[in-house]
Structures are given as structure tokens and as C-alpha cells.
Design a protein around this ligand. Structure first.
Ligand code: CDP
Ligand code: CDP
Length: 226
């Protein structure tokens, strides 16, 4: 039997990773955070002083970097880059400001898309990102496009960063999200767009639990149909 693939796409701060993690836990699937992969390459490039305009060097970095996801017993998802734990570092404002530049290069995307497809080839997965339902897993049996208003997403990110000890201005976070949305939607390779067969969920006025229940309902429906 083919592995089960659940694809969740949408703009930053829509709640994709929060719900994807919960779904994966409930279903016993593996959660793959593709944004963390783009972030890990950005983090490494910044640390090594690789020019963010140098597509060739960035592509080689993507090829040569070992990215691993490890789930702790407590349910935390840790990200390792070349054996080093970088879970918190890759969420820093510095990485957030630069990640969409790197994600524009088609050659970088090709390398990461291949890695993502490999990860989904032999296990049941919940994968979130921007191009999962359209490019990475076009055959996914359940595709969700999760969105929320820019104000709501900014407020969520603001609180998240505060909890982590970063004091970023609200306006700056809003600008970063809006800029990333713009770049992610308008790039040529793997742009953020709604897959034809995706179900759109607007989480602006929904709790995390309500979003989760909607997706579970949808999955139940799909399974009943097949
Ligand atoms: O967590 P947040 O929503 O802020 O972003 P993320 O999912 O960690 O993704 C960071 C950036 O990586 C996005 O803004 C995109 O530029 C890029 N990305 C992508 O191009 N394709 C994906 N499948 C996932 C992320
Ligand atoms: O992965 P993505 O960037 O789409 O969003 P996230 O990293 O899951 O961040 C969403 C934030 O909004 C988290 O702090 C959640 O606690 C919160 N939130 C949510 O995920 N879903 C809601 N319906 C309401 C709030």
C-alpha cells in the first residue's frame, strides 16, 4: 500500500507547523517541516559567509548539508544541521530576513525537493511548506491550504518571538511576513499557490483545536471515499 501523505501549505504564521505536529502525533506519522530545511541552509550560508546571491555555492551547500529531524520523548521536534542542533537558531530574525532570497533559486529548490520526496517515500508523513501540494507531493491524498490575515499572523509571530526572548517590533515582523509572502508567491520556481485539489482553511478566527478538528474531519471524509 502506498504511504499516506498529508500536505499543508500556506503563508508564514498561518499555523501550519503547529497543526502539522499535532496531526502527526495523533496519527503516528512523521512530521516534516520543509521550511526548517530552507532555514537550515540559510543559517549555514550566513555562518559561513556564503553570498546569498551565489546560486551555485548555495546549491552546493544544500547538496552537502545533512539535515535531520529528531522527535524527543516530550514531543519536541529538533532540527540538526550537519550533526549540530539548530532548532532555535534557525528561527532567529536574521534567518527569517534572508530565507526567502535563498528559496528563490530553482537549483537550491531542486536539491531540497528531492530530499523531501525521499523522506516521504517510505513512511507516512505530514509535510508543511509552500509547494508541498503542488510540487513536492502532488499525489498527496489530503492537501490543505492554511491561511490567516496578515494582522493575525503578525500577532502570532510577535508573541512567539517574545516567548523565545527576541524583542522584535510588531511593524518589523509584519513587514518581514509581508515581504516573504510577496517573494514566495511571485518566484518562478515552486511559488506559494493553492493546489487545485487543496481545501482552504482560514484560521484567522479559529483556535488551533478547531483547525485540527477540521483537518481530521476532512481526512475521515477522504478515507471514507477511498
Ligand atoms: O515558519 P514560517 O512560516 O515563518 O516559515 P517557514 O515555513 O519556516 O519557511 C521559511 C521560508 O522558507 C519561507 O518564507 C519560504 O521562503 C521558504 N520555504 C519555501 O520556499 N518552500 C517550502 N516548502 C518551505 C519554506
Ligand atoms: O508554520 P506556520 O508559520 O504557518 O505557523 P506556526 O509556526 O505554527 O505559528 C503559528 C502560531 O500561531 C503559533 O504560535 C500557534 O500557537 C498560534 N496559533 C495557531 O497556530 N493556530 C491558531 N488557530 C491560532 C494560533
Amino acid at each position: 500500500m502506498r504511504n499516506i501523505q498529508i500536505a499543508i501549505d500556506g503563508p508564514a504564521g498561518a499555523g501550519k507547523s503547529t497543526v502539522a505536529k499535532k496531526l502527526a502525533d495523533l496519527l503516528g506519522f512523521v512530521y516534516i517541516d520543509t521550511g526548517a530545511m530552507y532555514r537550515a541552509i540559510t543559517y549555514k550560508a550566513l555562518r559561513q559567509g556564503i553570498s546569498l546571491d551565489n546560486a551555485e555555492a548555495l546549491t552546493n551547500t544544500a547538496k552537502d548539508t545533512a539535515i535531520q529531524f529528531v522527535r524527543t520523548k516530550q514531543g519536541r521536534q529538533l532540527i540538526f544541521c550537519d550533526g549540530r542542533e539548530v532548532t532555535e537558531e534557525i528561527r532567529s530574525p536574521d534567518v527569517s530576513e534572508n530565507v526567502s532570497k535563498i528559496a528563490q533559486f530553482s537549483s537550491v529548490r531542486e536539491v531540497l525537493v528531492r530530499k523531501q520526496q525521499e523522506l516521504a517515500s517510505n513512511q507516512n508523513v505530514v509535510m508543511d511548506g509552500r509547494d508541498i501540494g503542488t510540487v513536492v507531493l502532488p499525489q498527496a491524498e489530503c492537501k490543505i491550504y492554511l491561511t490567516a490575515s496578515l494582522e493575525e499572523r503578525t500577532a502570532r509571530r510577535y508573541h512567539e518571538l517574545l516567548l523565545k526572548g527576541y524583542t522584535e517590533e510588531y511593524a518589523k515582523i509584519r513587514e518581514n511576513l509581508a515581504q516573504r509572502d510577496e517573494m514566495d508567491k511571485n518566484r518562478e520556481a515552486g511559488p506559494l499557490k493553492i493546489a487545485e485539489d487543496a481545501v482552504i482553511i482560514d484560521s484567522t478566527d479559529l483556535t488551533q483545536e478547531e483547525v485540527l478538528q477540521k483537518i481530521l474531519g476532512l481526512l475521515g471524509q477522504r478515507r471514507g471515499e477511498s
